[in-house]
Design a protein around this ligand. Structure first.
Ligand SMILES: CC(C)(COP(=O)(O)OP(=O)(O)OC[C@H]1O[C@@H](n2cnc3c(N)ncnc32)[C@H](O)[C@@H]1OP(=O)(O)O)[C@@H](O)C(=O)NCCC(=O)NCCS
Length: 180
């Protein structure tokens, strides 16, 4: 199957909540013990992000979204709020491709870095980002908005959360999928 990563269009928005719900199923109850600790993205936030050019989708050959990356500005830095790939399409390089696309986009927008918060202990979170050039930030090195985000996550009962940052530099945007 072939995929493309591109800016989200309004027609893609209705598919995103189901991708988010399905992607959440990869977390254990130890990591997300209650629904209250999950902040699902509202329809309004998806629409705002799409209108403000901070939402990207991975689509299949029929233009159906199978993953997305939602970003925002924190401390004047492009911050990855959430990235989800539907488990039916996982481990085909879509996460890496969404990430590369947004790093390139950040560079085009004149940003010097990209940040995120994630779980430190899950292989598809901090280690995955670490392999893709992100380094953990000590709380003292976080800007005030990023620190507040970590504090909010802790208040919601999320453990083992870390902030990470990657300097922006030129990255490969594309990846090709063979038919075989
Ligand atoms: C993180 C996520 C977006 C990655 O999407 P993806 O399309 O599977 O990512 P890729 O195929 O580019 O790379 C995945 C890499 O992450 C790691 N990984 C992914 N899922 C994994 C799993 N279940 N167990 C162990 N490692 C895993 C592997 O190193 C994998 O590379 P590999 O397949 O070559 O071994 C996806 O796992 C997801 O939606 N997770 C739930 C939501 C989430 O954690 N979002 C990020 C929060 S900050």
């Amino acid at each position: 199957m072939s995929y493309i990563v591109k800016p989200a269009a309004a027609r893609h928005l209705s598919a995103l909540p189901e991708i988010e719900r399905a992607a959440t199923s990869v977390f254990s109850r130890d990591d997300l013990p209650s629904a209250g600790q999950l902040q699902l993205v509202s329809d309004e936030e998806f629409a705002r992000a799409q209108a403000n050019d901070r939402l990207w989708v991975a689509v299949d050959g029929q233009d159906n979204p199978v993953g997305f990356l939602l970003a925002e500005m924190l401390d004047n830095t492009l911050h990855i709020t959430e990235m989800d790939v539907h488990p039916d399409h996982a481990r085909r390089g879509l996460g890496v491709t969404l990430l590369r696309h947004v790093l390139l986009e950040a560079e085009h927008r004149g940003q010097t870095a990209v940040t995120l918060t994630t779980f430190s202990h899950l292989p598809w979170n901090a280690p995955f980002y670490g392999r893709n050039g992100f380094a953990e930030l000590r709380p003292d090195d976080c800007g005030p908005e990023l620190r507040a985000r970590l504090a909010n996550e802790a208040e919601r009962g999320l453990n083992n959360r870390v902030a990470m940052r990657r300097q922006v530099r030129r990255v490969e945007r594309t990846r090709h999928w063979g038919d075989a």
